[in-house]
Design a protein around this ligand. Structure first.
Ligand code: ADP
Length: 446
């Protein structure tokens, strides 16, 4: 097991990893940018090293600076968190080349699954249903139009290297497909330096359901059930819950087994999320694998009672998972709301600034993962998420009541946050009746 690790990240996930390490007796080193020098978790880590100015390119994405910090602090391993370098196979390889363990998958698996076209092919090989679409990449407009007419509109053009909802365009006819093809490709080229795109049928009003997986170095892979992340804005998740409220036991089992098949086919190690879309007939289709711990991992932790970050650390340190699939059960319902510093009344524009008022919710069944404190400054340089509010109660009805109560206790000011938007969604009849899909916010809350 590791005795000292470096956390190559910031914000709530840096704090989350420090907490897991503290319980495992692992020393922590956090790196921070000049903009984060007053971050709360710096006090809680055993060591802290400034790695550069505010701009991510010069700090949290600055591989030489991070590796130098790791060498100076003499750590055994690096935890990348999510975002930044978490899915950068080149960074993972450099860590290994420097004799530092990377707390995540092997670079080869990251490279393969990070390419969504390759991941689709792998899922097909594992006999897991994928969204109908192209075999491999689409090279030109002509090919795209031919295929779209075969599978039927609407279709979605997606970037092979895509992430964070970027490089995706929907098309409803030949004319809009020409446009979608060109813009998706250009966006992919500029965001990911890789203009490779592919085509999928655009599933109408799907639910986004994903399966949490953990696999050790000896090839044991287990699933930790599913999360429903259908409440999204511009393909970015806002509210997640576990279990998915509309799945029957049989479909749940099939879904989790399908996710495991993909992971085993990839000979994968450490934490992963296998994402699927569920159509109106509750038929599921693989869309991609995320090769990192995800923002929404706490809902799985709450329903299974398992600390996923500790498990990541143990597995990366070479321990086998000492559980059998039947040992992993889920109970009750967990919901997470992402509290972002954004103004819902100004089309969710980022809303940085000083936090003068910060009153945390609490009480039975409430968990808050946040690095923010009264007096903290939310800077404009990074992701706008400032807290995750998670509740866990025996039933969905109770979880919704507790979440609404906790949201109404949570006071953050004067900056604007997504708290009122989350409250509105949780009060909406369609949410209460499980009649939501990924277009819910655009259709009912805009
Ligand atoms: P990213 O890696 O950018 O997050 P994903 O492939 O995970 O992209 O897709 C993100 C979201 O985009 C999905 O949760 C879903 O809402 C929407 N989406 C992606 N593919 C399709 C599709 N074929 N049909 C309908 N919606 C889709």
């Amino acid at each position: 097991m590791f005795s000292k690790i470096l956390i190559a990240n910031r914000g709530e996930i840096a704090l989350r990893i420090i907490r897991a390490c503290r319980e495992l007796g692992i020393e922590t080193v956090v790196v921070y940018s000049e903009a984060d020098r007053n971050a709360s978790y710096i006090e809680l880590a055993d060591e802290a090293i400034c790695i550069g100015p505010a701009s991510p390119a010069q700090s949290y994405l600055n591989i030489p600076a991070i590796i130098s910090a790791a060498e100076v602090a003499d750590v055994d391993a690096i935890h990348p968190g999510y975002g930044f370098l978490a899915e950068n196979a080149h960074f993972a390889q450099i860590c290994l080349d420097c004799g530092i363990a990377f707390i995540g998958p092997r670079p080869e698996s990251m490279r393969m699954l990070g390419d969504k076209v390759a991941a689709r092919e792998l899922a097909k090989k594992a006999h897991v249903p994928v969204v109908p679409g192209s075999d491999g990449q689409i090279k030109d407009e002509k090919e795209a139009i031919k295929l779209a007419n075969k599978i039927g509109y609407p279709v979605i053009v997606k970037a092979a290297a895509g992430g964070g909802g970027r490089g995706m365009r929907v098309a409803h006819n030949d004319i809009s497909l020409r446009n979608a093809f060109a813009t998706a490709r250009a966006e992919a080229e500029s965001a990911f330096k890789d203009g490779t795109v592919y085509l999928e049928k655009y599933i109408i009003e799907p639910r986004h359901v994903e399966v949490q997986i953990m696999a050790d170095k000896s090839g044991n892979a287990l699933h930790f059930f599913e999360r429903d992340c259908s409440i999204q804005r511009r393909h970015q998740k806002l509210i997640e819950e576990s279990p998915c409220p509309i799945l029957d036991e049989r479909t749940r089992e099939e879904l989790c087994k399908a996710a495991l098949k993909v992971i085993k086919e990839a000979k994968y190690e450490n934490a992963a999320t296998v994402e699927f879309l569920l159509d109106r007939n509750k038929k599921f289709y693989f869309i991609e694998v995320n090769t990192r711990i995800q923002v929404e991992h706490p809902v799985t932790e709450m329903v299974t009672g398992i600390d996923l970050i500790k498990m990541q650390l143990r597995v990366a340190g070479g321990q086998n998972i000492n559980l059998k699939q039947r040992d992993i059960t889920h109970s009750g319902v967990a919901i997470e709301c992402r509290i972002n510093a954004e103004d819902p009344d100004r089309n969710f524009a980022p809303c940085p600034g000083k936090v003068d008022k910060f009153i945390l919710p609490g009480g039975m069944g409430v968990r808050v993962d946040t690095h923010i404190y009264q007096g903290a400054v939310v800077t404009p340089y990074y992701d706008s998420m400032i807290a995750k509010l998670i509740v866990h109660r025996p039933t969905r009805e109770e979880a919704i009541i507790t979440m609404k109560r906790a949201l109404s206790e949570f006071r953050i000011g004067p900056i604007k946050t997504t708290i009122p938007a989350c409250f509105k969604i949780l009060s909406h009849n369609m949410y209460l009746q499980n009649k939501v899909d990924t277009s819910f916010i655009e259709q009912h809350l805009s």
